[in-house]
Design a protein around this ligand. Structure first.
Ligand code: BES
Ligand code: MN
Length: 459
């Protein structure tokens, strides 16, 4: 079967593909909360069944420390063909806050040309695009061997995936990993991601009095832990938006003049873009770097959650006994997540007052990654995108993290080619997550073309 027939197959089966995606999205496979364990299992089995329906061999749902990894293999029609390992994750972020969704997160709904549901873009829509691109290409004999590795712990930092990869090196052997968990700059701007930031995630707990106190009786003699936590957090940046943890920037690889120049070519004004995407009145951050550099190539420290005291409606005069902050750092080459944990501890040792006690939990972590854009796989994907959109792709650094990319590099020596067909206003991790369906359709087309172009490029 020819490329044109495979592309026609995509067109003809679009409605069925959409219906299958909707069924996948109805499973609330939230990885971070234990109450969804059964849904996680359901989603893993759903993926395994889809792989079997594709005709995949050796389909397995492999248990790990927490959520299973799904594997499957489809051989190419010809013996000499290269092997593409396709990565995906079937887990999703929690849907909260629920009241901000226009339609319920696990009742996928089409409005206009978008499909709304948790996971629509991140990344069940991308998993489905990969499955269906393989289905279309497989129709008359696959031009490449395909292996699938679809995990269920990405949104919690892939804590068990490195172990799985290390134990299954032969099973996963491939020429390249295709990872569609990134996104596009806009519907007309196909994008290849060549760098991801790493992550170091923490929970900081501050303890004050051994029980909540009347703030009138004790206010003035007790250091309020909410205040102490706020003071600690406030000191973690200087007035120029730089992180003050000792040694934080020591290993940050500087951007070359060439790369700064390359990153400055965008089809839109980045300041306007970020203002529009976020709704903030003014951007913030290190003044000597552009917004694109600050999100792609500079490390950050963010407060992801805060808790202390009375947070219900109404007033309560209390000195809370406890305060907590979730803190994460986005890392760039060559920062090390373990060293950043040490830097945060050193900061706390130096700055925590004697009036409180603190504890720090080190949670998920992983290093940043950079991939070479001159590889056959990236060049084949670039040509596939150009044939689909009629314009060359943009190469960008992405500020988000995908732990598997570094894990595959380290354990298998395997490079990933990173792409994805979600748009900047897809509301990842937020209410009203959505998938732009025309771009999704084009994404499947680009993947089919990639499967046809890659064997020639790799030869
Ligand atoms: N798909 C995202 C990563 C991403 C976001 C890539 C935006 C490109 C653009 C992924 O599912 C994700 O959110 N990862 C987490 C990883 C973390 C929990 C280790 C992230 O970046 O916060
Ligand atoms: Mn994702």
């Amino acid at each position: 079967m020819s490329l044109s027939q495979a592309l026609q197959y995509l067109q003809e089966n679009h409605d069925r593909f959409l219906a299958e995606l909707e069924a996948f999205l109805r499973i609330p496979s939230v990885s971070t909360t234990e109450k969804h364990a059964a849904d996680i299992a359901r989603a893993a089995n759903w993926v395994a069944d889809s792989l079997r329906a594709l005709g995949a061999q050796n389909v397995a749902v492999v248990p790990t420390g927490q959520h299973p990894v799904v594997y499957g293999f489809l051989p190419a029609a010809e013996a000499e063909a290269p092997t593409v390992l396709i990565y995906g994750h079937y887990d999703v972020q929690p849907p909260e806050p629920l009241d901000l969704w226009e339609t319920p997160p696990f009742e996928p709904t089409v409005r206009g040309d978008r499909l709304y549901a948790r996971g629509a873009t991140d990344m069940k829509g991308q998993v489905m695009a990969s499955l269906k691109a393989v289905e279309a290409a497989a129709h008359g004999g696959l031009p490449v061997n395909i292996k699938f590795i679809i995990e269920g712990e990405e949104e919690i930092g892939s804590p068990d995936l490195a172990g799985f990869i290390a134990e299954h090196k032969d099973l996963l052997a491939a020429d390249v990993c295709l990872n569609p968990d990134s996104g596009m700059l806009g519907p007309d701007w196909p994008t290849i991601t060549y760098a991801l930031r790493g992550l170091a995630y923490f929970e900081l707990r501050v303890f004050g009095p051994d029980h909540d106190l009347h703030s009138g009786i004790y206010g003035g003699v007790v250091h309020n832990p909410a205040q102490a936590l706020a003071e600690l957090i406030a000191g973690m940046h200087d007035e120029n938006g730089r992180v003050t943890l000792p040694g934080f920037y020591d290993k940050v690889r500087p951007l070359s003049a060439d790369e700064r120049e390359a990153l400055s070519h965008l089809p839109f004004d980045p300041t306007t873009f970020y203002l529009k995407q976020t709704g903030v009145p003014k951007l913030w951050g290190e003044p000597e770097y552009t917004p694109v550099e600050r999100t792609g190539a500079r490390p950050t420290l963010e407060i992801n959650g805060l808790y202390s005291g009375f947070i219900e409606k109404g007033a309560k005069t209390v000195i809370p006994s406890y305060a907590m902050a979730k803190i994460s750092c986005r890392l760039v080459p060559d920062q090390d997540p373990d060293e950043v944990a040490e830097q945060l501890k050193a900061y706390l040792k130096a700055h925590a007052p004697a009036t409180i006690r603190w504890e720090l939990d080190v949670m998920a972590g992983g290093p940043a990654s950079v991939t070479d854009i001159h590889t056959p796989a990236v060049q084949a994907l670039a040509r596939a995108m150009e044939a689909t959109w009629g314009s060359k792709p943009f190469y960008r650094r992405e500020g988000g993290s995908i732990p598997v990319v570094g894990q595959m590099q380290q354990i298998l020596g395997l490079d990933s080619v990173l792409t994805g067909f979600g748009l900047p206003d897809a509301n990842l991790h937020a209410p009203n997550e959505n998938l732009h369906l025309p771009t999704w359709q084009k994404g499947m087309e680009a993947l089919v073309r990639f499967f046809y172009l890659y064997p020639q490029a790799a030869r």
